[in-house]
Design a protein around this ligand. Structure first.
Ligand code: WAQ
Ligand code: MG
Length: 252
């Protein structure tokens, strides 16, 4: 039996009553891993760099195994950039190489760069025109319902290359799920953690292309953009990103 385990934590009040978001996490695990997984999430909520949580919501649901899709984890490539300007220039080049028009790539970059504070989800932009496709007043599309299968093998392969930590694991799983949908041409992302300046461009064709600097150290604003192929069924894509359970595997 597989279970989805989701945690979200906040300070001051629960999220729905205006509390400040502290951290969130989700995993899909076997029954035997439930306790360990839940304990690790509680620890994370209580000792997060953004502060300790006053409210922790932990939700555990059985997953219908017949509805699970399996997709490949994207291969990871590390690019180099000396600073934020170079990082962003490289990201634009990578997006264009993945089939996004220069105009849409620029629009996506500006969407994130113009945020006064981070929003919860990802912008969906047309990969040709750069027009926003999700609710223009909304806080973006939140991707959920994914984890990696055979996590040990996957983690060891990344760690062997010096790539460790929750940021990479979570971002690679999210990017791999999104790239597994035919409607997604590419993704642009950088972290909202003030101390974490790394970002990436991901696509099915070129994989997860890691860019070491995408913003200034201390900047608490990050974001995500999915560039959507013209003609894609937007409602179906949003449903896939939000709710379809996807397990990511090495190489297949
Ligand atoms: N679905 C959609 N958008 C999301 C989600 C989600 N589940 N989680 C976060 N976002 C959006 C939201 O706007 C955040 O502000 C923004 O993305 C950044 O989220 O070393 O840490 O979780 O290879 O801060 C990338 C580099 C790290 C990792 C990304 O993103 C590496 C990161 P964060
Ligand atoms: Mg973050």
């Amino acid at each position: 039996m597989l279970y989805s385990v989701k945690m979200r934590s906040s300070a001051g009040a629960p999220h729905e009553r205006g509390g400040r978001h502290i951290s969130g996490a989700e995993r899909i695990v076997e029954g035997g891993e439930l306790e360990e997984t839940a304990a690790a999430m509680l620890r994370r909520a209580r000792t997060h760099p953004r502060g300790g949580a006053d409210f922790i919501n932990l939700k555990i649901e059985a997953v219908n195994i017949e509805r699970v899709l399996y997709k490949p984890l994207l291969p990871v490539t590390e690019l180099s950039a000396a600073g934020k300007e170079e990082g962003r220039r490289i990201a634009l080049e990578e997006l264009v190489r993945a089939g996004v028009t220069p105009r849409a790539a620029k629009a996506g970059m500006e969407k994130i760069a113009a945020l006064a504070e981070s929003i919860r989800g990802a912008f969906l932009l047309d990969s040709g025109s750069g027009e926003r496709l999700d609710d223009p007043e909304g806080s973006g599309v939140r991707v959920s319902g994914m984890d990696c299968d055979e996590a040990g093998e996957y983690l060891r392969s990344l760690e062997a290359r010096g790539l460790r930590g929750e940021h990479i694991r979570e971002a690679l799983v999210l990017a791999s799920k999104a790239a597994g949908h035919d409607g997604v041409a590419a993704e642009l992302c950088w972290s909202d953690d003030p101390g974490y300046v790394t970002g990436y461009v991901a696509s099915r064709t070129f994989g997860y292309r890691r860019i070491p600097v995408m913003k200034d150290l201390g900047d608490p604003v990050g974001g995500r953009v999915f560039f959507v192929n013209p003609g894609a069924d937007i409602a179906a894509l949003i449903e896939y990103l939000r709710r379809q359970t996807v397990l990511l595997r090495l190489g297949r």
